[in-house]
Write a protein that binds this ligand. Sequence first.
Ligand code: HEM
Length: 222
Amino acid sequence: MGWLSQSLNSSIGKKFVMAVTGISLILFLIIHLLNNLSMYLGPETYTALVKSLDGIKPLIRVIELVLALVFVFHIFNGVRLWLENKKARPGKYAVNGSVKNSTLFSRTMIQTGSIIFIFLVIHLNTMWYSFNFGEAHATHDYYYFVAEAFNSNIIYSLFYIFAMIVLGFHLNHGFQSAFQTFGWNHKKYFPLIEKIGFLYSLVMAIGFASIPVYFLFFYGGN
Ligand code: HEM
């Protein structure tokens, strides 16, 4: 197993882990967004959908565990790469005019990632906990729980919206960066990957943020 940890600890290995975990999270977000958008189909549909997942609870638990590991690897490696970069360039962007070769999105991956991490902790503590063990689990009123959570707490909703914009920033660089790591940086096709990445980030940010916006401003309470 020495070869495995050696490969994963090399610079290329760490970038590879970032790309694989990043793409896994990108795919997970698509499924998560589709699930969230089903709220627009109304309380009955959404609650029925969440209840139907009860039938495959053991599978859901395994998926959650894998997802938690993916997040841990992604965050751990991201922080390590950031620390290494900092050590290699103590003069912050002073070397080789790297500001010119980078974008605001690429330079702020650790900051946007940290905000997403804080969001994640709060999100798990409110939504995930309540759906699995708390109030929403007890009442089975999943739709109303979410509606009330956003409708009754403007600070929570605004932070959620802010975090989704930040997520869009992280994804805008992350998407193309992952493809670059896999070697898909052909001069001819890379602009297309950048465009798809931008579109994906926009759809994710607007799609996720639209739910608190809806419940904050357009929800009548019944
Ligand atoms: C749903 C959440 C997230 C998604 C979808 C996501 C996605 C990605 C993707 C696709 C990349 C590009 C990987 C590559 O360069 O090959 C990336 C890079 C990065 N992510 Fe995330 N990420 C998420 C959450 C986080 C969190 C919570 C952190 C916490 C610190 C984080 C920190 C980083 C850092 C520092 C990088 C840049 C690494 C480097 O290349 O130097 N990410 N992310």
